[in-house]
Design a protein around this ligand. Structure first.
Ligand code: IMP
Length: 185
């Protein structure tokens, strides 16, 4: 089954292909330069983007909005993750957390799927901790400073398949795949 993934982020596409390719999905990247609104939740951002894309994209498509939420920073950078990454980078987050004992954080991904008939939302969360210093060369974004629960290594130290077995994106993709499997039977 063909599935258009609307994103400008090649890394997200690599992760989706790794996860869904072996399950019979042909993931095709569509870079439509979807405008991203600023809102309080990832769900609102993703839904707005999906409605915008509905008029313009080939179908079925999905898109995803994700964020990095640090407990001791009251959830910051959260919905501002992309902007904060561009301006402060992950080193900025480490600096904000200097001397902070509570290192708990989570990644969240919200996927909206749209086949032209229905629109469906899927979510994936991964809990973990923020490192004291960056580790690893792989992945993207905040990967070098995040260790998911159940591992001792950062996302940036893992290969794509291993990251996908822990990650917010991996979980949201799994949830979408389960639903698609049941509805397209
Ligand atoms: P968006 O989903 O494209 O709006 O991006 C949210 C931001 O969160 C990205 O720019 C990344 O900096 C960060 N982010 C999202 N997913 C991941 C991930 O899997 N690893 C590391 N950083 C991520």
């Amino acid at each position: 089954m063909k599935l258009y993934f609307i994103t400008s982020n090649k890394n997200k596409v690599i992760e989706a292909k790794k996860k869904l390719g072996p399950l019979g999905f042909n993931i095709i990247q569509e870079d439509l330069q979807v405008p991203e609104i600023q809102a309080d939740t990832l769900e609102e951002v993703a839904l707005f983007s999906a409605k915008w894309a509905e008029l313009r994209a080939r179908k079925p498509f999905f898109l995803e909005d994700s964020g990095f939420f640090v407990d001791s920073l009251n959830g910051f950078p959260g919905v501002y993750s992309a902007y904060v990454f561009k301006t402060l980078g992950y080193m900025g987050i480490l600096r904000l957390m200097e001397g902070v004992d509570n290192r708990d954080a989570r990644f969240v991904a919200v996927i909206v799927y749209n086949d032209g008939k229905e629109m469906k939302m899927f979510r994936g969360d991964v809990l973990g901790t923020v490192t004291q210093e960056p580790k690893g060369e792989g992945g993207f974004g905040y990967d070098p400073i995040f260790i998911p629960k159940g591992s001792s290594r950062t996302f940036a130290e893992m290969d794509t398949a291993e990251k996908g077995s822990f990650s917010h994106r991996g979980k949201a993709l799994e949830n979408m795949e389960k639903w698609l499997k049941n509805t397209t039977k």
